[in-house]
Design a protein around this ligand. Sequence first.
Ligand code: AMP
Ligand code: GLY
Length: 420
Amino acid sequence: MNILILGGGGREHALAWAVMQNPKCDKLIVAPGNAGIAQIAECASLDVEDGGAVAEFAGENAIDLVIVGPEAPLAAGVADRLREAGVLVFGPSKEAARLEASKSFTKEICDAAKAPTAGYGHFTDAESAKAHVRAQGAPIVVKADGLAAGKGVIIAETVAQAEDAIDDMFGGAFGGAGAEVVIEEFMTGEEASYFVLVDGEDVLPIGTAQDHKRVGEGDTGPNTGGMGAYSPAPVLSDEVAQRALDEIVKPTMAEMARRGTPYQGVLYVGLMIENGAPRLVEYNVRFGDPECQVLMMRLGGQVLDLLHACAEGRLSEARVTWADDHAMTVVMAAEGYPGAYEKGTVISGLESLPEDSFTQMFHAGTAEKDGKIVATGGRVLNATARGATLAEAQARAYALVDAVDWPQGFCRRDIGWRAL
Ligand code: AMP
Ligand code: GLY
C-alpha cells in the first residue's frame, strides 16, 4: 500500500513509525512532516487544509490510504473532499468533526444520547452567560465554543473570574471560536483518555492513556498541549472502560449515525472518573498528541491494519493484539513554552540514541538546517519508551532524554507520578 499521512508533529512521527513496521506499507509520504519523519519516510510540502490539493496529490502519487493526523484538515472538510474523489481516508467528515469543532454540538449530542457529562448552558451573549454564572456560583468552567488550539477553556475559581473570561471570549480573545460560549459545571475526579476506532456504528477500543497538561512538576503552572503521557491509564479499569463504551461512546456514535452523519476515524474520549463512574469531558476527532506516541509504541505495525479496516468499514472483523506492557513519553520543550520561546536552537546527540521497538525519540517540532537538527516549535521532542512495567518505561524514556544535548530545552521530571 501507498500511504499518505497529513501532519508534522510528534503524533504523526509516531503514526509513521508504526505504519512503517507493517510489511503491507510499500511507500509512505508525510505532509509536511519534520526532520525526524524525514529519516524514515518521504516528506512533501502540501497545504494539508486544502482538500482539493490533497486529493490531487493523492491521485498523482497513487495513494491507497490517507491518514489525517490533526483536527484542522478534518474541520476544513479534507476527508469529505478525498471521499468525493474516491480516495480511501481515515478520518471523520466535516460534519462529524463538529464533535471537536463545536462544544455546544457535542453537548447537544450527549443530551440526545443521554450520555453522562457536565451540566451546562450555551450562550450567544455576555449578559445571559454572566447571569447563569451568578446563579450557579463557582468554581465553574467557561469554554469558547469553537476550536481555540486548546486554550479556550477557563476553569474559574470565582464568579468574578468567570465573568472576566466571558468578557474576554465575547470580546474576541479567541476570534470566531468565542462567538458562542458554553458554561459547564465543574467536575471533580481523575481524568483519563480512551481511544476508540469507529467506522459508523462499530467501535473498537485501542487503548487508554493519561497526559500531563500543566507545564510544571506536580501538575502546576499554565496549561500546555501536553508535557507527557503514559498508557495504560490505571484509573480506566476494564469495568470503567466498559461503562464509558456503553453509556457514552456507543449511544453518541449511534446518535451521529441516526442523524445521517456517521463518525469514521479515531475518537479521543476525554473522561472524568469519580467513584468508578465516567463522565465525558470532551471528544476530539483525532489521536491525542502526545497520547498517540504511547499508543503507537504499544501497538506497533498492527496499527496500519486497524486504521485500514476502520477506513473500509470492516472494524467488526478487526482485532487488537495486546501486549501486557506500559509506555511513557516525555515531552522536551523549548525554554519559555507555553509562553514565548526561541526558535532555531541546535539539538545535538540525536544520532547516537538507541532506537528499537522499546525506545524511540519522536520529533514534534524540528527541522534540519546546515546538517544540524534545530528546534522549530514549543514542543520539540518526545522521548518515548515501553517496558514490562511503567517504572521500566519511565527509566528508558528519561535515559533517552538524558542522552540529548539541548541546553535551551527542558522537560518535566515527574511524568507518570500519579500512576507510579
Ligand atoms: P477541554 O478542551 O474541553 O478538554 O478542556 C480542557 C481541560 O479543562 C480538560 O482536560 C479538563 O482538565 C478541564 N475541564 C474541561 N471541562 C471541565 C469540567 N466541566 N470540569 C472540570 N474540568 C474541566
Ligand atoms: N494532549 C491533548 C490533546 O491532544 O488534545
